[in-house]
Design a protein around this ligand. Structure first.
Ligand SMILES: Nc1c(NC[C@H](O)[C@H](O)[C@H](O)CO)[nH]c(=O)[nH]c1=O
Ligand SMILES: CC(=O)[C@@H](O)COP(=O)(O)O
Length: 201
């Protein structure tokens, strides 16, 4: 009997969305595969390359702060209501090259990291704190933060969840699911914020 496990993703149009991918660099070969999977699905969903921003941090523990600051920064740089948060105003915009200024706030952020259990409790503490913190960032900001942190007990578990498994079981690249989830949740939140509740087929 085939497994019932897995996301039942819906098609959504990402052509007018701005998405950020924030990834850790620990266990980078697996992270790189997950980022590639998310990117592929974002582009297949119609998100334009110029509307995808990728930023990296040392490890998964840094993801929550990075996501929070990137969401806030995109709001300030696009002239959002919080423009005065860092002293920037329309008359006094941040002195950053135009190419680095997002034209609109991010509609969703995908936080990607790979935690692999070691010999100490470090894994448990990071996994627990990061998952709770990423949830808090999305609830505090109202911007969907897709949980793309693998919490693997072995390297093989991590590899399989990036579609890099050995032998006959290559596994499935979870980054693809996260890309689709980002487009769906960004679309939902935009519609819901405008009081639009579109019937799903
Ligand atoms: N062991 C892993 C880490 N550890 C590093 C922490 O995330 C953090 O960067 C450090 O403690 C400094 O604050 N990070 C991962 O992403 N994956 C691991 O397996
Ligand atoms: C997730 C971790 O921090 C872990 O890989 C570190 O390994 P160890 O617990 O052996 O220090």
């Amino acid at each position: 009997m085939s497994s019932i496990k897995g996301p039942a993703t819906n098609e959504h149009d990402g052509s007018n969305l701005r998405i950020a991918i924030v990834h850790a660099r620990w266990n980078k070969p697996v992270v790189d595969a997950l980022v590639a999977g998310a990117l592929a699905k974002l582009r297949l969903s119609g998100v334009e390359a110029c509307n995808i921003v990728i930023q990296s941090v040392p490890g998964s523990f840094e993801l929550p702060l990075a996501c929070s600051r990137i969401i806030t920064g995109s709001r300030i740089q696009s002239g959002g209501s919080s423009g005065d948060l860092l002293g920037f105003t329309s008359a006094n915009p941040p002195s950053v090259a135009d190419s680095a200024l997002p034209s609109a706030p991010f509609d969703a952020v995908i936080a990607i990291g790979v935690l692999i259990k070691g010999a100490t409790m470090h894994f448990e503490y990071i996994s627990d704190s990061v998952s709770h913190a990423l949830m808090k960032v999305q609830l505090d900001t109202g911007v969907p933060v897709i949980f793309g942190v693998l919490t693997a007990l072995t390297e093989e578990q991590a590899l399989e969840r990036a579609g890099m498994g050995g032998g006959s079981n290559k596994g499935h690249n979870h980054g693809e699911d996260w890309g689709l989830a980002a487009v769906e949740m960004a679309t939902h939140c935009r519609n819901w914020s405008q009081g639009r509740f579109i019937e799903e087929t």
